[in-house]
Design a protein. Sequence first.
Length: 269
Amino acid sequence: MKHVKHDNKMTIILTSILITLTFIATLGGIFMNDLYQDNAQFIQVWKSNDLITLFIALPVLIGSMLYTIKKKSTFSLLIWYSMIWFLCYNYAFYVFGASFNAFYLIHLSIYTLSILTMIFALLHFPIKNLLISKKKSVLDFIVVGILVFLSVGLLSIYSIQSLNFAFNGVLPAIITNSGHVTSVVFSLDISMVVLFFILASVLILKRNSWGYVIAFIALLKGVVYMMVLTYASMNTNPAEVPIWVFLGFLTLVSLVFLSVQLKKVIQTT
């Protein structure tokens, strides 16, 4: 068993607050029919998101936190932090993308506290427990390859649509469909997905332990969010389901290979 001394009480307290707020937010989103003020398609997206968050993300967050506290597991610690990052990314969409509603302050609190929790969490992460070999393995290259592929794919799609507007005046479909003044999706994915995928890739190749940590947190968050997009598309645009399933599969494959590597490098303390 791989162990870690985790005595950051502030992370535990903040996570407990986040769990409570998220429980309230998701239940309200599911059962309060007049909560969301967006168009019918996006109301269904928010409600689908609430269901996945309530029944998948929250149980994983609670379970990993309790397991870490009891067993002092570094691996479960990474799962715990991944779910905090999921809440941060997820509720950024509610804060910046949803029409103003009665739960705005709750959504903003979850988003803001998630950032604060991640800061406390990473400050206390036992990075010295990860002893990375100087020699790169095949699995390292597979993980980096998938991260780079996903990053280039997202950048290309968003850049092409943005340039199409710059030169031809054609707004991206996501903006016309949502009624937003800009693309929240483009902004958050480039700053919170692509950036960290590229950073993790560089650090892994440079044999820096933080590369494994960042990649794991980003990938597990991605796997859960692909569930959100898949379920939401089933209810709004079934034609998109294969896209999210494919991207979710790639993300999961990368996460599995990365987990194999982490099991090798996490040291018992």
